[in-house]
Design a protein around this ligand. Structure first.
Ligand code: GDP
Ligand code: MG
Length: 893
């Protein structure tokens, strides 16, 4: 075969224009090697193969010709490999692609298996062909010399190729013995064949084994092919590898189906078979490496030099984000997880522990951060150098219900309204500032209840400086008074006692002071240090004294704050306003809050659009201890949320998002999501039989909502309790209704109404929306509803006994007992017990009660009757039937 390509022969399909040649055992071909990455290159291959064709030759082990395959530089492929003589029937397979007359005969592709005749014909032609072959080769060699020039250019490459060839030579040497054996065997078998073939093959094999030598005399290619090569070399620079010299001739691999084991097994020498074998053997180094890598998995990945990174791990992280931070592929992370038996998708959230394992497995180091770190530096930043200035005390009024807290607050506020101010204070903002007679300012916050006060404290907001404890002089210390004292003490807030209602005739301030002693509150008149002022809210008596006392106490506390810093404070109340959006009443505790600043409170943030003070006036800034309404929040924060001014939007968003997540987690925990801690499980077990009344609460202000939630929480018992599915500020929305529907909850609107859409939806879904404006009514109603949920107490009421005298079997009805009522009476539909020898054998109901064939409702003592049981037949004479009623008794909380 020549070094020109061996494709197209099929398509050219014309009758061979040359005489048939016997193929020399040194075969050469150019194959195009395709790579997985889409490129391809041509490789010249040479194959030395011993072949003694003979009729009926069995497939020999020569079928593995690979070891004899030699890779050689394209330029050094002069060998003319005459085709094995073809039978006349194989004409179509032969075609000539090289027009050069001096081109060596072409080898064709055998497209089909040869018949026995063909093979014989070839065998016969072999002898003659061989001589011609030699001649051809000499001619080729001459041509090769002409090409010497060009060869020198490629010599360098070939030398490089030598290294690899030497390797192959050794391999080939190992095969030599095997080959020789095969030859011998073949020769023996083909004893009657052409004896000359064997020497030829042997001869050919020798140059072949050393064919790699660059200066090999058999190094000429047909001029045309050369031209082609040159052409391609210019247009396409192919990466060359030592030992695999590129010959970019336009060669395409022969069609696979036509070659293969079958042909090779027959030992026929064709380029196809030769190249087929060669192709397998000369897989490029890269291809081999790729293949082994494929088989090994991702071996390369491990060998690849890796950058170990420090991964910042929050408490939870998505797989995607983790992969990004490690600069790994997310699939690799998922694979690792799968190895641990955890199926995950890219968006799944991993816990920090799992994420750490993965990161460490992939060779990274981990830096765990708590999510709460985003809040770091948000609050309690140390004051700057600015000198702290005195600030107004923040006062909370607490006390038992109806002791006059609201009245007192109102009285103080009204007393402070500048005379002539139209309409007085129209705004109710939950906190306000008044001026004491001495000129000191005092800030009052209106807390709806003690629980809210504590809730604020629980959220880390120490708002109150002083607690004013209101005790009615006519009522004395009551449970909530004690509660208030506890709250105040827990908050380390000094108490000022306001003994209220001293205008009442039965007022007894001394009794109050005395009772307070029992609770560790010593008023001044009793030798303690607690200030006590006797006031009357309705009569406005001693209000200024109270304010003075507060101012005095504040002086003792030496309250200061630095106004020259970014503001921090607490949300006192928040609501959704129809026109103005979320409105939060905040108390600035440090620094100065200004319009236009970015502010974060709870899970909400926003840019301060406007500040409105307690008299309803727009202000530009708010100093420490000043309560103001803030407009501009994205949503209503919660009462007790701390707020802070942040430097940029990103920070605000980050903090708000973190807190939002926390809130949701808390909510889902409250919603009864299955928890995994043992303690939780135990408490769940304990309350498993508990009936719950799910409630959605919407209120006008956060304070009342919190108060309602707290009140409802207290209603609960071991058996029944209210579960607040959702609570919030604002009107009842469609989403509230949807939520209520999902959790089968009732909706309670406190001082709010449902939107029209929500109302319609609720009507459609049959969800009840109840409106209240008095918290006690609300609590009472919920209590009543929950009472209905308490399992009623069952009480048995004895009716009477009857003794069975006779048992009749009546078709269709079954057994009927004829009895006499011994005491009391027996009623139809009542519960009955069948007692035999003082043992209850059956409990059920009566199906029939007859007296002389008539169904009767009741049979009195002493009378006889017929009785039958529902689903029970086994009565006997002498049994006693006990008849009783069950009474259900509703229970209340
Ligand atoms: P709160 O539940 O503690 O807020 O108490 P309220 O402020 O609602 O007052 C309860 C009741 O006590 C109201 O009817 C008031 O009119 C009445 N009240 C409050 N302060 C005084 C007072 O100083 N003198 C008299 N006589 N009644 C008062
Ligand atoms: Mg009140």
């Amino acid at each position: 075969m020549t070094d020109t390509n061996n494709t197209g022969e099929k398509t050219l399909g014309a009758a061979p224009s040359k005489t048939l040649h016997l193929k020399r055992p040194v075969e050469q071909g150019v194959v195009r090697q395709s790579f997985s990455h889409g490129r391809s290159k041509a490789v010249v291959v040479e194959k030395v193969k011993r072949r003694i064709p003979g009729p009926g030759e069995a497939p020999s082990r020569e079928a593995a010709p690979a070891p004899t395959v030699v890779l050689r530089p394209a330029a050094a492929t002069p060998a003319v490999a005459p085709v094995a003589p073809r039978g006349p029937t194989s004409q179509a397979a032969v075609a000539k692609t090289t027009p050069t007359p001096i081109a060596p005969p072409k080898t064709g592709v055998v497209l089909h298996t040869l018949t026995e005749e063909q093979r014989e014909a070839r065998a016969k032609a072999l002898v003659g062909a061989r001589a011609r072959e030699d001649e051809d080769r000499r001619r080729q060699e001459a041509e090769a010399k002409l090409r010497a020039e060009r060869e020198t250019r490629e010599r360098a490459e070939r030398e490089a190729a030598d290294a690899r060839k030497r390797d192959e030579d050794t391999r080939r040497a190992q095969d030599a013995d095997f080959k020789r054996k095969t030859e011998d065997e073949a020769r023996r078998r083909l004893a009657g064949g052409e004896p000359s073939a064997t020497p030829a093959v042997t001869m050919a094999r020798k140059p072949a084994t050393s064919a790699a030598a660059p200066a090999s005399p058999v190094g000429a290619a047909s001029p045309t092919a050369r031209a082609l090569v040159a052409d391609e070399e210019e247009t396409k620079r192919v990466i060359r590898r030592p030992g695999a010299v590129i010959q970019p001739a336009k060669v395409v691999l022969p069609p696979r189906p036509t070659r293969g084991a079958e042909q090779r097994n027959r030992g026929r020498l064709t380029v196809t078979s030769a190249t087929a074998g060669e192709e397998e053997r000369t897989r490029s180094v890269a291809a081999f490496r790729r293949r082994t890598q494929r088989l090994k998995g991702h071996g390369l990945k491990e060998t690849k030099e890796k950058l170990s990174r420090e991964i910042v791990l929050p408490e939870t992280i998505t797989i995607q984000e983790l992969a990004n931070r490690m600069s790994e592929r997310a699939v690799d992370v998922i694979k690792l997880l799968m190895k641990q038996g955890q199926m995950a998708t890219i968006t799944d959230v991993l816990e920090a522990d799992t994420a750490q394992l993965i990161a460490e497995e992939l060779g990274h180091t981990v830096k765990r951060v708590a999510e709460s770190d985003v809040e770091e530096g948000l609050f309690d930043r140390p004051d700057e150098d600015g000198a702290p200035v005195p600030r107004a005390p923040i006062v909370t009024i607490m006390g038992h219900v109806d002791h006059g807290k609201t009245s007192l607050l109102d009285a103080i506020r009204k007393a402070n309204v500048v005379a002539g101010e139209a309409g007085g204070i129209t705004q109710h903002i939950g906190a306000y500032q008044v001026t004491a007679p001495g000129g000191a300012k005092i800030t009052f916050i209106d807390t709806p209840g003690h629980a809210a006060f504590t809730a604020m404290r629980a959220r880390g907001a120490k708002v109150t400086d002083i607690v004013v404890l209101v005790v009615a002089a006519d009522d004395g210390v009551m449970p909530q008074t004690i509660e208030a004292i506890r709250h105040a003490k827990a908050a380390h807030a000094p108490i000022i006692v306001a003994i209220n209602k001293i205008d009442k005739p039965d007022a007894n301030p001394d009794r109050v002071s005395q009772e307070l002693l029992q609770h560790d509150v010593q008023v001044e008149s009793f030798g303690g240090d607690t200030l006590a002022v006797e006031v009357s809210a309705t009569k406005h008596t001693n209000l200024d004294k109270l304010l003075e006392a507060i101012a005095l106490q504040a002086e003792l506390l030496d309250l200061t704050a630095d106004p020259d810093r970014s503001a921090e404070g607490t949300v006192v109340e928040a609501r959704l306003d129809r026109g103005r959006g979320p409105v939060a009443t905040v108390l600035v505790q440090r620094g100065t809050l200004r319009v236009g600043e970015l502010i974060v409170a709870g899970s909400q943030w926003g840019r301060v659009r406007a500040l409105i003070d307690d008299s309803g006036a727009n202000v530009e800034s708010a100093l420490p201890s000043t309560p103001v309404e803030v407009l501009g929040f994205s949503g209503a924060p919660e009462a007790g949320d701390r707020f802070a001014v942040v430097e940029n939007e990103a920070r605000a968003r980050e903090v708000a998002e973190y807190r939002d997540r926390q809130k949701r987690e808390k909510l889902s925990a409250r919603g009864g999501v299955v928890r995994t801690s043992l303690a939780d499980m135990m408490s769940q077990l304990k309350t498993a039989g508990r009936k719950e009344m799910p409630i959605v609460i919407k209120g006008d202000v956060q304070g009342s909502v919190e108060a309602i939630v707290a009140a409802l929480d207290k209603l609960g018992t071991d058996e029944v309790g209210a579960r607040v599915v959702h609570s919030g500020v604002g009107g009842v929305t469609e989403s509230d209704v949807t939520l209520a529907e999902a959790s089968k909850a009732v909706i309670i609107g406190f001082n709010v109404r449902a939107h029209k859409e929500a109302r319609d939806l609720a009507e459609r879904q049959g969800i009840e929306i109840r409106y209240y404006n008095i918290i006690y009514n609300l609590v009472d109603d919920v209590k009543a509803a929950m009472s209905g949920m308490l399992a009623p107490t069952l009480r048995e009421e004895m009716l009477g006994n009857a003794t069975i005298l006779e048992v009749f079997n009546i078709s269709k009805v079954g057994n009927v007992a004829g009895c006499r009522v011994t005491d009391g009476n027996v009623q139809r539909g009542a519960h009955v017990r069948l007692i035999r020898d003082n043992v209850v054998v059956h409990e059920g109901k009566l199906s029939t009660l007859k007296r002389f064939k008539d169904e009767v409702a009741q049979v009195q003592a002493g009378q006889e009757c017929g009785m039958a049981f529902e689903n029970y037949q086994d009565m006997r004479i002498g049994d006693v039937i006990e008849c009783y009623n069950v009474e259900e008794i509703r229970r209340t909380l």
